[in-house]
Design a binder for this molecule. Structure first.
Ligand code: TMP
Ligand code: ASP
Length: 236
């Protein structure tokens, strides 16, 4: 598989076309941003860690019958993926109150939610990814009502699979963000699932083991990412 032109460079990844029109290569960078690019930095080896974690989790989801864009892990930083027409909706699933849920609605951080909350955000950096509902998404033309139904039920199914997996690895899956895309009349899970896009707390101590350590200068960022990798990959 040969990389051809660069299709896109995002905050944490580059995407390259390949000589097969249906396949792209996602290359994970060490660059880290937060608060929509207002805070910038780098996390040593993050690209390698996030690629390894994402490949493992996508493989797990595929085994549970949830289709993803993963084809195979090509190298430490490269994932071979099906080429998606990305749906401009970020789907956030929350099991425990944290982050913007606390800020926006006054939940106490750490409150276990009786039922997971699913939220939709418009994927648009210029507008700071605003929270939206189905009517906004349909009016904006980013997805049909039917597609949004698929996204939400898929996100809930993914939460079911991942929560169980992380609990066995002594991690609480607090919340996470998913992106989906269209490929040959199918909707596939895309992007990545990693400590950049999830909140993970240690099951016993509630220690934060995710990008919040970078966002809020908590220190030990690299150690937290490698600890998640160690638990996800079942390494000692
Ligand atoms: P939030 O509490 O800041 O809204 O974040 C909810 C989850 O979504 C959290 O696990 C981090 C993830 N997330 C992203 O992956 N990208 C983003 O741009 C934002 C704002 C959150
Ligand atoms: N991913 C977003 C950014 O790069 C926000 C975040 O993760 O906090 O700014």
């Amino acid at each position: 598989m040969k990389k051809t032109t660069q299709l896109y460079e995002g905050k944490a990844k580059k995407v390259f076309l390949t000589d097969d029109a249906d396949l792209v290569i996602q290359e994970f960078k060490d660059d880290a941003t937060a608060f929509n690019n207002k805070k910038k930095g780098s996390i040593a080896e993050k690209g390698v860690v996030n690629n390894a974690i994402s490949c493992k989790l996508f493989t797990l989801l595929e085994a549970a019958g949830i289709r993803t864009h993963l084809v195979e892990k090509l190298s430490p930083r490269e994932m071979l993926c099906r080429h998606l027409d990305i749906i401009k909706v970020e789907v956030v699933v929350r099991n425990i109150a944290a982050g913007s849920l606390v800020k926006r609605y006054g939940f106490v951080e750490g409150t276990q939610l009786e039922k997971p909350i699913v939220e939709l955000y418009l994927k648009n950096d210029d507008l700071d990814d605003p929270l939206m509902n189905e009517s906004h998404a349909v009016a904006l033309g980013v997805a049909s009502l039917e597609e949004l139904g698929v996204l939400k039920s898929r996100a809930e199914a993914i939460n079911g699979v991942l929560r169980g997996f992380f609990a066995e690895r002594k991690l609480k899956l607090v919340d996470f963000k998913l992106e989906f895309g269209r490929n040959n009349n199918e909707i596939l899970l895309g992007d990545e699932i990693s400590p950049d896009t999830c909140r993970f707390w240690d099951l016993d101590t509630n220690e934060k083991l995710d990008k919040d350590r970078f966002r809020f200068d908590l220190g030990g960022v690299e150690d937290a990412y490698s600890e998640v990798q160690r638990r996800v990959l079942g390494q000692n």
